[in-house]
Design a protein around this ligand. Sequence first.
Ligand SMILES: Nc1ncnc2c1ncn2[C@@H]1O[C@H](COP(=O)(O)OP(=O)(O)OP(=O)(O)O)[C@@H](O)[C@H]1O
Ligand SMILES: [Mg+2]
Length: 249
Amino acid sequence: MTAKLIEARGVSHAFGSMEVLSDIDLTILQGEIVAIVGPSGCGKTTLLNLLSGHIAPTTGTIVRHGTLRTVYQKDGLFPWLTVAENVALGLRHVHNPALRETQLEEAIALVGLTDFASFYPHHLSGGMRQRTELARALVSRAETLLMDEPFSALDYMTRLHMRHELVRLLHKMPRTVVLVTHDIEEAAQLADRVILLSRRPSRIWKQLDIAAARPRRVTQQEVTHAVSELLSVLNLDATGETPVAAEQA
Ligand SMILES: Nc1ncnc2c1ncn2[C@@H]1O[C@H](COP(=O)(O)OP(=O)(O)OP(=O)(O)O)[C@@H](O)[C@H]1O
Ligand SMILES: [Mg+2]
């Protein structure tokens, strides 16, 4: 049986009198890529912070197994450290210096930054910075990576490229991933399961399983079907049919 790494039961969260999340039940299984999508401000980051334990739910319980690590949208790197020094932070658990050096070189090569190992973040492109972040997260021991819009600061072509990179890296170094994204296409291309949140106070509006093997082409049927299904739930498919406002759902 596949292990449950995170189990949220009846989780609600309020900031003061504002209820953000309401009665969320969510289980993350080992090896899954789960995408969380939803309207801006609905509580995606809050849910990720609850899953990681950064904040405690107002009501409900969250049980975690194994170690977790959060990957942020941008600026997660230390600007005063080079690419190699930033990635090395993820390898602090490796005490043998020779082994640490080998793993560091491998990780940097894997994300294609060997020639940039001594560069500082401000001398890198946005995509290179995100690749450095991914390398640092993937060399760590964390079993679950919680990613909050990791590619949203990048242009479309770089985003497409980074999706492929993530799939390739996860194939080499398998991890469980919870990916918050506002990009429905990204969710459909990457995730085994998409959790669509409603507007605030957010509930789980729809869960969609996508069984296709990865890597997936953005144009393949399973991906485009998932995109159109999610867009139609969101009433963003531009069919001109009677709108079901997100708030009413
Ligand atoms: N620390 C906080 N204190 C008070 N209110 C907060 C706090 N963090 C978030 N909020 C509010 O909770 C709501 C949900 O915020 P959250 O950042 O989780 O949404 P989101 O879905 O990640 O949004 P976005 O799509 O813009 O990233 C927002 O109305 C936000 O203003
Ligand atoms: Mg957010």
